[in-house]
Write a protein that binds this ligand. Structure first.
Ligand SMILES: [Ca+2]
Ligand SMILES: [Ca+2]
Length: 169
C-alpha cells in the first residue's frame, strides 16, 4: 500500500513539474522549435518564420504555426536573414558557411487582385470605368469597393489608378 501511495505521489509530482515546463509564458501564443534554437526571423511579408537551429533551418507558417519545411544542414545554424522581398533566405552556420535558400516556392501568391475589378487579369481603364459607374451606389457591385470600406468612392478609383498597367497572368 505504501508503495502504491509513493508511486502515485511520484506521478503527481512529475506531471506537475512537466506541466510547469510546458506551460507557455504569459502572453505567449505558441512554443515552436526543435534542437537548439539560435535565431529566428519573420519573412518581410510576415507570412513565414525562419528558425536557425542545431538541426538546420526550420520554416513555419506564421499564421497557422505549422511547420512548412526543414532545410537540413551538416552544421548547426546560428543566424537567418531574408532579403528585401523574401525570395532568398541566408543562414549562417557554425562551420563558417553561409547558405542561400531559394524561397520562391514558399511565397504565397494572392488568389485575388482587388484592383482588377473585372477579373480579366489586367488593371486598365475598364476597371476604372466600373468603379466610376458604381460611385455612390450601395455597394451593389462589391468588387468596385476595392478598399472594402462599404462605399464606392474616389478612394477606390485612386487605388485602381495606382495599379494601372499591372498584369496578373
Ligand atoms: Ca481588369
Ligand atoms: Ca471603398
Amino acid at each position: 500500500m505504501k508503495r502504491a501511495i509513493f508511486f502515485i505521489s511520484a506521478i503527481i509530482i512529475i506531471s506537475s513539474f512537466s506541466s510547469q515546463l510546458l506551460a507557455l509564458p504569459k502572453g505567449a501564443v505558441a512554443r515552436l522549435g526543435k534542437g537548439t534554437v539560435n535565431a529566428v526571423t519573420f519573412s518581410p511579408d510576415g507570412t513565414m518564420l525562419a528558425v536557425a537551429s542545431s538541426y538546420g533551418v526550420y520554416l513555419y507558417d506564421a499564421n497557422t504555426l505549422e511547420e512548412i519545411d526543414l532545410f537540413e544542414t551538416n552544421a548547426s545554424m546560428y543566424s537567418v536573414a531574408f532579403n528585401f522581398d523574401g525570395s532568398l533566405l541566408a543562414s549562417g552556420g557554425y562551420d563558417g558557411s553561409i547558405i542561400l535558400w531559394d524561397m520562391k516556392p514558399y511565397i504565397q501568391k494572392p488568389t485575388t487582385y482587388p484592383c482588377d475589378v473585372n477579373s480579366d487579369g489586367v488593371v486598365n481603364i475598364l476597371d476604372l470605368v466600373i468603379v466610376g459607374k458604381s460611385f455612390g451606389k450601395d455597394v451593389n457591385n462589391a468588387k468596385a469597393d476595392v478598399n472594402k470600406d462599404g462605399i464606392v468612392d474616389v478612394l477606390d478609383l485612386n487605388i485602381v489608378g495606382q495599379h494601372l498597367g499591372e498584369v496578373y497572368k
